[in-house]
Design a protein around this ligand. Structure first.
Ligand SMILES: C[S@@+](CC[C@H](N)C(=O)[O-])C[C@H]1O[C@@H](n2cnc3c(N)ncnc32)[C@H](O)[C@@H]1O
Length: 458
């Protein structure tokens, strides 16, 4: 894998308490919301904003770039707040990487879906690389060199890649996206980062009744997209006719089919060794699947490169979803090996069972990863390889300790939050697992999100 860490940044993750220099707290100020400030913008930070200072107080500024001079309007800064948030509303000196946002609602006070539409795609990747490196320095005490790799896109630079989009519905029944850190819905006619198929579902521009959210998922098998409607609690949803989509309504009992299918079909073409093979998956309802069309292949190949599975090895796929990595590992370890997949969502496990029935070396467990790892049967097995792909919050200390107790020779950690990954890297280090490679992929262009695959060895 590329980009190995170069050296520890600041000694052990745990150690004797050291005196820390602290800045004096800024005086508790009056309510600053709506105030316009002239700011010198500092470095990018995790979360899609840059850091600036105003009279000693930290201000997180959106719609800006490091080094710019901007006028920023305070959006959060109630009386006594220790830090403020602000939007750059005028640029006094612009960075050369600043561009006109391609989407008309990617602007202060409007849609909060994208963070970096005002930045060239190459610079977006550089900003994300800086954030990943900073999280590792701060939370894992490691200096890592990070390059965020570009992913092939179906559309123009940074656009038309999102195959799954959840739209909120406003009081008039119009779908859109929420403003940043707000309940306010900005009704949309288009979402330029969503694929043509998602937009072609006809959801945008339609009117819903008694609906909180509408999620559109467009699979790669060419079938019409699936629209999953979430009624407002205790109400009966009114769903308009959507002739170009399958439609289902989520109820407490499960998905109620209105038209077409209640699932999405995905095809992934992955190179394992010398063989390129297509894998087919079924993803029920609004179940988890990567949102960038290139993600399953890129992440699958990165996981295989990180683990270097050998025929006959025994692997564990934690947080397995519908079995993307399970299928690839099953192929790689072959019929003499085994893969145990653990997933919390019953429906995802049922989908995995359908897609993976031709691999007798695969075993699927429905339930929590924490409980599976505490199971005596699992503890008694030989585990050579572990892949884990937890939700945003990461795996956490207890899961990391349980994985280390199994003593796998290699661990591949797929992470959508670099802060959680860096924190878990420190836990893994405490249990004898060293970061031996880190790749980062730009699977969420125009947003601050970034996907990482880390390799750990004993
Ligand atoms: C980021 S997704 C990864 C899915 C899969 N690896 C993939 O690439 O498609 C995380 C998955 O973990 C599952 N999950 C979340 N918390 C869990 C837990 N504590 N135990 C088991 N599964 C969990 C979710 O249902 C979801 O399918």
């Amino acid at each position: 894998m590329s980009n190995p860490p170069s050296r520890p940044a600041r000694g052990p993750a745990r150690g004797p308490a050291r005196a820390r220099r602290t800045r004096p707290a800024p005086p508790a100020g009056p309510d600053a919301r709506g105030t316009e400030l002239e700011l010198e913008v500092g470095p990018v930070a995790h979360g899609g904003h840059c850091v600036a200072r105003y009279e000693g107080r930290v201000v997180f500024v959106r719609h800006a770039l490091p080094g710019e001079r901007v006028v920023a309007r305070v959006t959060e800064g109630a009386e006594g707040a220790s830090f403020w948030r602000a939007d750059a509303v005028r640029v006094l000196s612009a960075d050369p990487d600043r561009v006109e946002p391609p989407c008309p609602v990617a602007a202060p006070g409007l849609c909060g879906g994208c963070d970096f539409q005002h930045v060239t795609p190459a610079r977006q990747r550089a900003l994300k690389a800086a954030v990943v490196a900073e999280q590792f320095r701060r939370l894992a005490h490691l200096d890592v060199e990070v390059t965020v790799e570009e992913a092939p896109l179906p559309g123009a630079d940074g656009l038309r890649w999102r195959t799954r989009t959840q739209f909120a519905v406003d009081a008039e029944g119009r779908p859109g996206l929420r403003a940043h850190r707000s309940h306010q819905v900005v009704a949309l006619q288009d979402c330029p980062i969503s694929t043509e198929a998602v937009v072609g579902s006809g959801v945008l521009g339609a009117r819903f009744g008694n609906v909180g959210t509408v999620e559109v998922a467009a699979g790669s098998d060419g079938a019409p997209p699936l629209v999953v409607v979430d009624p407002l609690p205790g109400t009966h949803a009114h769903v308009p006719k959507l002739p170009d989509a399958s439609v289902a309504v989520r109820t407490p009992e499960g998905l109620h089919r209105v038209s077409g299918r209640t699932w999405v079909g995905e095809r992934v073409d992955v190179q394992v060794g010398d063989t390129r093979r297509e894998h087919v998956f079924r993803v029920g309802g609004a179940g988890f699947w990567q949102v960038h069309p290139a993600a399953p292949r890129l992440l699958g190949e990165a996981v295989l490169a990180a683990l270097e599975p050998r025929a006959g090895e025994q692997a564990l796929d934690l947080y397995a979803g519908v079995g993307l990595f399970t299928a690839l590992l099953a192929e790689a370890v072959g019929p003499d090996g085994s893969v145990l997949a653990v997933e919390g969502e019953e429906r995802a496990v049922r989908d995995a069972r359908r897609s993976l029935h031709e691999h007798p070396q695969v075993e699927l467990w429905a339930g929590s990863v924490e409980e599976a790892l505490a199971d005596d049967e699992l503890a008694g097995r030989r585990t050579d390889l572990v892949v884990l792909d937890p939700p945003r919050s990461g795996a956490g200390r207890a899961v990391v300790e349980q994985i280390a107790a199994l003593a796998p020779r290699a661990v591949a950690y797929v992470a959508c939050d670099p802060a959680a990954l860096a924190r878990d890297t420190a836990f893994l280090a405490q249990h004898g697992y060293r970061l031996d490679g880190l790749r980062a992929f730009d699977l969420f262009p125009m947003t601050h999100h970034v996907e990482c695959v880390a390799r750990f060895v004993r």
